[in-house]
Design a binder for this molecule. Sequence first.
Ligand SMILES: [Zn+2]
Length: 113
Amino acid sequence: MHELSLMAALRDQALAEARRHGAEQITAIRLRIGSLAGVEPDALQLAYAVVMEGSIAAGAELVIELVPARCWCRPCEACFVADQGVCECPRCGTLSRELRQGRELQLVSLEIS
Ligand SMILES: [Zn+2]
């Protein structure tokens, strides 16, 4: 389950950020996850509970912001939502090679106390 290592990396990032602000407790963690990031939200929740245990982030709420995949169509000069990772423009049918978002897995913000 690679969610565990991903979560461990995010935890380290969150803890470093909290330390910088002199926080004693992290109460919530917000993540942005692209629909093509290759992670299962359920598995992520599980991994989250495991890796946060024993840290100041134990028991913090996990808020997941899901980001749909979007590609850029050059002819239309517009972005479109690429469901299932199919980057074919719904307007003109051009196959796009420019994925603009959808693979992110990032820490957005923390709530600390
Ligand atoms: Zn197009």
